[in-house]
Design a binder for this molecule. Structure first.
Ligand code: KIV
Length: 271
């Protein structure tokens, strides 16, 4: 009998222990093998194969068009590059909202065909049946509340969510529902920091924020945004840690110049 020899260092249980210890959780997106390898080797705790791939990899305006097959392609590519981090794959729009049986089939395809560790989906009470059915099959789920980009056509804009009391109350209730159902963590996107802090205090599962302030248990950013590959997106919550747009643009310009001036390749760079 053969057993898998390599054990994942970061598991859902490890994340829960980190919350208990007060140790912050780091999370970034990745969509392909090569960048997943770099991000994992740097020591990130969680890699999210986000449906933001629709925006940053494919150039769509929203996350709605990306398909389950495409998410599986990205997910499997990332998993092949990761040794340590927990890998979560987003269930794309239209693959889990309709009915819980379809949701389970989508989640099973992700787990079987990517070998990821968990899935993420957007919403609270309205998708609870799907959440429970997926969890009953032993598939770990990270919830996602606040600004949920798959509902952009309902919201009409990407502005801060849950500023009004009724929406804030619903978000709090949804976070409790997801925790009670058995989700291992929840992402909160673009909501007031005070509300996010309250959620993180009230639930025992890790709360990961993006544009949700510092009072949560961890942070997530889209890799292309924080590396400055995507220069057109500048929300207040985004901190840029590099200017890869400038670095890549400069390198490509230098290459073009070297080719045109016959400086590349030189004698040592040929056979
Ligand atoms: O798809 C994504 O990248 C996400 C993050 C913004 C949390 O869901």
């Amino acid at each position: 009998m053969s057993v898998q020899s390599s054990e994942k260092v970061v598991t859902t249980r490890v994340l829960q222990e980190m919350k208990r210890r007060g140790e912050k959780i780091s999370m970034l997106t990745a969509y392909d093998y090569s960048t997943a390898q770099i991000v994992d080797a740097a020591g990130i705790d969680v890699i999210l194969v986000g449906d933001s791939a629709a925006n940053v990899m494919a150039g769509f305006q929203t996350t709605l068009p990306i398909t389950l097959d495409q998410m599986i392609y990205h997910g499997a590519s990332v998993v092949r590059g990761v040794k340590r981090a927990l890998v979560i794959v987003d269930l794309p729009f239209g693959t889990y909202q309709g009915n819980s049986k379809e949701a389970l089939c989508s989640a099973i395809r992700i787990m079987k065909e990517t070998a990821a560790d968990a899935i993420k989906l957007e919403g609270g009470a309205e998708i609870l049946d799907s959440v429970k059915r997926i969890l009953s099959a032993g598939i770990p789920i990270m919830g996602h509340l606040g600004l949920t980009p798959q509902s952009i056509n309902k919201f009409g804009s990407y502005t801060v969510r849950a500023r009004e009391e009724a929406e804030a109350r619903k978000l709090l209730e949804d976070a409790h529902l997801l925790e009670e159902a058995g989700c291992f963590a929840v992402t909160l996107e673009k909501i007031p920091a005070t509300l996010a802090t309250q959620v993180a205090r009230e639930v025992a599962i890790p709360v990961i924020g993006i544009g949700a302030g510092s009072g949560v248990d961890g942070q997530v950013l889209v890799l292309h945004d924080m590396l400055g590959i995507n220069n057109e997106f500048s929300p207040r919550f985004l901190r840029r840690y590099a200017d890869l747009y400038g670095a890549i643009n400069g390198a490509v310009k230098q290459y073009i110049e070297d080719v045109k001036n016959r400086e590349f390749p030189n004698e040592k760079e040929q056979y």
